[in-house]
Design a protein around this ligand. Structure first.
Ligand code: AMP
Length: 281
């Protein structure tokens, strides 16, 4: 497995693979890898001939008040994990390689990005779509792998690819969870032992909504207020809980199918997100 830090080297090595007729897979990550990332890498290795994992803590998707400086960086472990899973290349550029001068060109997806996480993190998705466009241009993947954990991100990237006619497909992989149901996240390591226990309330709230919908509850406001009670009982501070259309991300009042139940909650000072799809079939 090669470790590459410059754009020029990355371009060279994917060009060579493409010349050999290889199918190129890209797994974009911010590092601090866990089994959620691992599932994306495994799927990429199974479906592609040449797999690039990018490890880049992208500064343009963090607001000045957010956790860019303290975001976990575990390069040596990430390297061993990628190697074990069979990735071909790690692309780990420094911020100055990706942003050598003030970035004044941005890729912006409208409408889908002003809801859910976009409402509480203005500018976040502009950073995400711009860095993904840059990574797609640098590594020219046939397929890029994303996680359902960041459901809104997957919808936004899919739309960017369609609207800009980018020549790649995306695959969205299921959420990987800890044994108690907490969605794996690089940010889980911020949690104290007490917070870690309380953090499972996100999963419990989602499971509650799934069960109530299966029992026949169709009223989104009822489901949301019951989920709210579960979160508040665990002393979680709710950023949002919403039930939305899986494509437009517009709020819905009555549960039809399928729809996305999404939430963001602060446990102590750590903001966690999770979601599930309600499919009544
Ligand atoms: P991140 O490093 O947090 O930016 O995540 C990189 C990719 O891994 C994104 O597409 C995430 O949606 C995905 N991912 C993160 N956590 C999980 C998880 N628990 N299960 C599945 N995919 C995940």
């Amino acid at each position: 497995m090669k470790i590459i830090t410059t754009i020029a080297e990355a371009r060279d090595c994917v060009r060579a693979s493409r010349r050999d007729g290889k199918r190129i897979g890209l797994v974009p990550t911010m590092g601090a890898l866990h089994a959620g990332h691992g599932a994306l890498i495994e799927r990429a290795v199974a479906e592609c001939d040449f797999v690039v994992v990018s490890l880049f803590v992208n500064p343009t998707q963090f607001a000045p008040t957010e956790d860019l400086a303290r975001y976990p960086r575990t390069f040596e472990q990430d390297k061993a994990y990628c190697e074990k899973l069979g990735a071909d290349v790690i692309f780990a550029p420094a911020a100055g390689e990706m942003y050598p001068q003030e970035q004044i060109t941005w890729v912006t997806v409208e409408k889908l990005t002003d809801k859910l996480c976009g409402a509480s993190r203005p500018g976040h998705f502009r950073g995400v779509t711009t860095v993904c466009a840059k990574l797609f241009n640098i590594t020219t993947p046939d397929v890029a792998y994303f996680g359902q954990k960041d459901a809104q991100q997957a919808v936004v990237i899919r739309r960017m690819i369609a609207d800009l006619n980018l020549p790649l497909e995306i695959r969205v992989c299921p959420i990987v969870r800890e044994p108690d149901g907490l969605a794996m996240s690089s940010r889980n390591r911020y949690l104290s032992p007490d917070e870690r226990q309380r953090a499972v309330c996100l999963h419990h709230a989602l499971e509650h909504s799934r069960q109530r919908a299966a029992e026949g509850c169709r009223d989104a406001a009822t489901l949301i207020s019951e989920m709210q009670a579960i979160i508040e009982n665990a002393r979680g501070r709710i950023d949002y809980i919403n039930i939305v259309d899986t494509e437009t991300l517009e709020s819905i009042a009555r549960i039809g199918q399928p729809c996305l139940v999404a939430l963001a909650v602060h446990i102590g000072s750590t903001r966690l997100i999770d979601n599930c799809i309600l499919d009544l079939k």
